[in-house]
Ligand binder design. Structure first.
Ligand SMILES: [Zn+2]
Ligand SMILES: [Zn+2]
Ligand SMILES: [Zn+2]
Ligand SMILES: [Zn+2]
Length: 331
């Protein structure tokens, strides 16, 4: 099988690729609900923080440090446990340590640390994706829920066809796709792709390809694949936007395929890579070419499958009242 690109500018500027930087971050300030501001610097242990107008308390450890499980370093949520000597640990770790305190090796018992749970209630913390741009601050116990849906959370690798567990921000994922998955990178808002298969009788299930396009300062994934719809193989092409769904709606795209005087045109909105490749495919949100039509477009004697997909992307004029609905033709 062969898949090549024609009519594309195939350069990508090196300076457009930024390397992934550290996702972990220590918050430098915590806020109490009663509007008392505590400035905490987790890098030093001698920081003093101001709790009331006059009180100065030397901080051996920060509140943030106290809320961190000393074993797994994750934030602790109720029930928070402690040993007879007062060493705390999270409930996940408690089940793993065979009833021995990991800090002092004494028997752990079953003591809850209500005081620390109460302290947590009074805290407000920034979202853990703060360093990726999330400006939001949450009560300690509401933070986890937000973080699972935070728009700034890292993206999963959009590469389909293999199990890839890499996550990261957009610049990191773009270099990951280029360097680790050897994905073709192109610049420009029009493209022209050819899919050629010498023996069209052979149809592998879920054969797919990915190309990344850079235009309007954004990145788009073009997926092309063959899969079975019921018993019949179909060919499908669609675009995903490397970014969130709200931003994806700012763009439109069209795909065309044809031959022998016939043409199929698909016009759509790219789906965010928050939606998995599989989900988009299964919702049929793209250009689908039935096998007979694909062979017809290939012309000639049906000895070779030759599809030429041309595409275009554009920026939409925003209509704030537009009714947005993601199709799912399967359900
Ligand atoms: Zn733990
Ligand atoms: Zn202990
Ligand atoms: Zn957030
Ligand atoms: Zn990957």
């Amino acid at each position: 099988m062969e898949y090549d690109n024609i009519g594309c500018v195939s350069s990508i500027h090196e300076d457009e690729i930024h390397h992934h930087n550290n996702l972990h971050h220590h918050f430098s300030s915590l806020k109490l609900k009663n509007d008392t501001n505590i400035n905490i610097n987790s890098a030093t242990s001698t920081t003093h923080y101001n709790v009331g107008p006059t009180t100065i308390i030397p901080a051996a450890t920060t509140v943030h440090d106290l809320m961190e499980c000393p074993v797994c370093t994750n934030s602790m949520y109720p029930p928070i446990h402690q040993c007879h000597n007062g060493h705390t640990l999270c409930s996940t770790c408690k089940t793993r340590v065979h009833n021995r305190c990991p800090t002092c090796r004494q028997e752990l018992g079953d003591i809850r640390c209500l005081a620390l749970e109460k302290v947590a209630e009074s805290l407000e913390l920034p979202c853990k994706y703060y360093n990726l741009g999330c400006p939001e601050v949450f009560p300690y116990y509401g933070k986890l829920k937000h973080e699972t849906i935070c728009n700034y959370r890292p993206y999963d690798c959009p590469y389909a066809g293999s199990e890839c567990s890499v996550v990261g921000d957009i610049p990191f994922l773009v270099s990951h796709l280029r360097d680790d998955h050897k994905v073709d990178m192109h610049t420009g808002c029009t493209f022209n792709h050819r899919y050629v298969k010498s023996n069209p009788r052979e149809v592998e299930n879920a054969t797919w390809m990915l190309t990344v396009f850079h235009c309007f300062g954004q990145y788009f994934c073009l997926h092309f694949e063959v899969f079975h719809l019921g018993t019949a193989p179909v060919y499908m092409a669609f675009l995903r936007f490397i970014g969130d769904e709200i931003e994806a709606r700012n763009y439109g795209y069209s795909l065309e395929v044809g031959g022998s005087g016939r043409k199929l045109i698909w016009e759509g909105t790219p789906r965010s890579i928050r939606d998995s490749h599989r989900k988009v495919r299964d919702s049929h949100d793209g250009l689908i070419i039935q096998r007979n039509m694909a062979l017809f477009f290939s012309g000639g004697d049906r000895k070779e499958l030759k599809l030429r997909v041309t595409g275009r992307k554009w920026k939409e004029q925003q209509d704030p009242d537009a009714h947005v609905c993601i199709p799912n033709l399967c359900s």
